[in-house]
Design a protein around this ligand. Structure first.
Ligand code: SAM
Length: 332
C-alpha cells in the first residue's frame, strides 16, 4: 500500500507511451529485479481493463529462487498450471491472474527481443560496486581484509589497495577527470544498461529507471541496512541488504550518443507531473477511513523532500525521436 500510487502511475506511464508509440501489437514489459512482485502486480492491475492487456507479455529478470517463488505466488492464476524449464531461455512461466503470460529469466540477455518497456525499481542500487579512493593524488581500490587486531569490532576491515588492481586498471580511467575523492563503479550496471540500450536501438521501446541516485559527484554512498536500520556492512556479512546510490551521470556517459536520455528528476517531480495529487484525491473519495489514512501517509512518503521525494530519482531513455518527451519528464 505504501507505494501503491507510484506503482500504478508507472503502469499508466507505460500505457501512455505505448499508445503514443502507435499501440504496437506485440509489446513486452520487462522488469529487472521484481522483489516481491508488487510493482508488476499493480502494473498488471492498471492494464487489466485495457486493450494493451491482450497484446502484452511480461518478462521478469530475477536471480533469487526464493523471490521468484514469491513473485509467482503473487502473480500466477491459481487455476492455471505453472511451468518450469531447464532447457528454455525462461526457467518459470505462468498465466497471470490479470491475463498476460509471465516468464522468468536469470539474465536480461535471455529475454526475447522486440518492442519493450524495461522497468527497474530499486534494482541498480542493489548491484555490486567497486569503490576507489584518492590518497595523495593517487587512486586506490577499497578492499576488505581480515582484522586480527585485539580490539577488532567486526573481524573484517576496509583497506586501500597498495598497488593498482585489475578493477582499477579496467574501470578507473573513465573517472579520472572527476574531481572527487571517492568513486563507486558498478561494471554489472554498465553491462545491463548497454544491453538495454542496444535492444531499444534495434527494436524500439523505453527504459524507466527509478532508484536512490544522483548525478555528478557524491562520494561514498555504499551502506548496509538490516531491518530498515543502517548497519555496518562488515558486521555479520550476509545478514543485511547492501546498497550504493546509482550514479546517473555514468548511465548518461555510456549511452547518450545512442539513445535519448531524460532525467534524472526527483520522484516528487515525476509523480506530480504524472498527476499523483489528482489520483490521490480520486482514490480518497471512495476509500474507508483506514485506507484513506494509508493512502495519505504513502503520498507523503513518496513526495516529501525529506522522505523519498528528493533522494529517489526517475531516469528514462528511448530511441531518438525529434522533440518527443515521455510523460512525467515534463508537466502534463
Ligand atoms: C532491492 S530489491 C528491489 C525489489 C523491487 N523492485 C522493489 O522495488 O521493491 C532488488 C531485486 O533485484 C534482484 N536482483 C539482484 N541482483 C540481480 C541480478 N544481477 N539480476 C537479476 N535480479 C537481481 C533481487 O533478487 C531483488 O528481486
Amino acid at each position: 500500500m505504501r507505494f501503491f500510487l507510484k506503482l500504478q502511475l508507472i503502469g499508466i506511464w507505460c500505457i501512455n507511451e505505448w499508445m503514443r508509440s502507435g499501440s504496437p501489437s506485440d509489446v513486452r514489459i520487462v522488469e529487472l529485479g521484481p522483489g516481491r512482485g508488487t510493482l508488476m502486480d499493480d502494473v498488471l492491475r492498471a492494464f487489466s481493463k485495457l486493450k494493451m492487456r491482450n497484446v502484452m507479455s511480461v518478462h521478469l529478470v530475477e536471480v533469487s529462487p526464493t523471490l521468484s517463488e514469491i513473485q509467482m505466488r503473487k502473480l500466477a492464476d491459481p487455476l492455471e498450471e505453472c511451468l518450469t524449464s531447464s532447457n528454455e531461455n525462461w526457467y518459470q512461466r505462468c498465466k497471470s491472474i490479470h491475463g498476460p503470460e509471465v516468464s522468468w529469466y536469470k539474465e536480461l540477455s535471455d529475454v526475447p527481443k522486440g518492442f519493450s518497456f524495461y522497468v527497474a525499481h530499486e534494482f541498480f542500487d542493489a548491484l555490486p560496486v567497486h569503490i576507489f579512493q584518492k590518497k595523495n593524488q593517487v587512486w586506490h581500490e577499497m578492499l576488505i581484509d581480515v582484522d586480527d587486531s585485539i580490539d577488532a569490532e567486526h573481524h573484517l576491515r576496509f583497506v586501500l589497495s597498495f598497488a593498482s588492481t585489475a578493477a582499477s586498471k579496467l574501470l578507473l580511467h573513465k573517472e579520472l577527470e572527476n574531481d572527487c575523492e571517492t568513486v563507486e563503479i558498478s561494471p554489472q550496471t554498465g553491462i545491463i544498461v548497454e544491453n538495454i540500450t542496444k535492444r531499444i536501438q534495434e527494436d524500439g521501446g523505453f527504459a524507466l529507471i527509478a532508484d536512490y541516485g544522483y548525478s555528478g559527484e557524491k562520494g561514498l554512498t555504499f551502506r548496509a541496512f538490516r531491518r530498515h536500520q543502517l548497519h555496518h556492512p562488515l558486521c555479520e556479512p550476509g545478514t543485511a541488504d547492501l546498497t550504493a546510490d546509482v550514479n546517473f551521470s555514468y548511465f548518461k556517459r555510456i549511452i547518450d550518443d545512442r539513445v535519448t536520455t531524460l532525467g534524472p528528476i526527483s520522484q516528487n517531480t515525476f509523480l506530480q507531473n504524472m498527476g499523483i495529487t489528482v489520483r490521490l484525491q480520486m482514490l480518497l473519495k471512495n476509500a474507508s477511513p483506514d485506507v484513506q489514512e494509508s493512502l495519505i501517509s504513502g503520498y507523503k512518503m513518496l513526495t516529501e523532500p525529506q522522505q523519498m521525494g528528493e533522494k529517489f530519482k526517475f531516469f528514462a531513455f528511448m530511441q531518438h525521436r525529434d522533440e518527443y518527451i515521455p510523460a512525467g519528464f515534463t508537466p502534463l
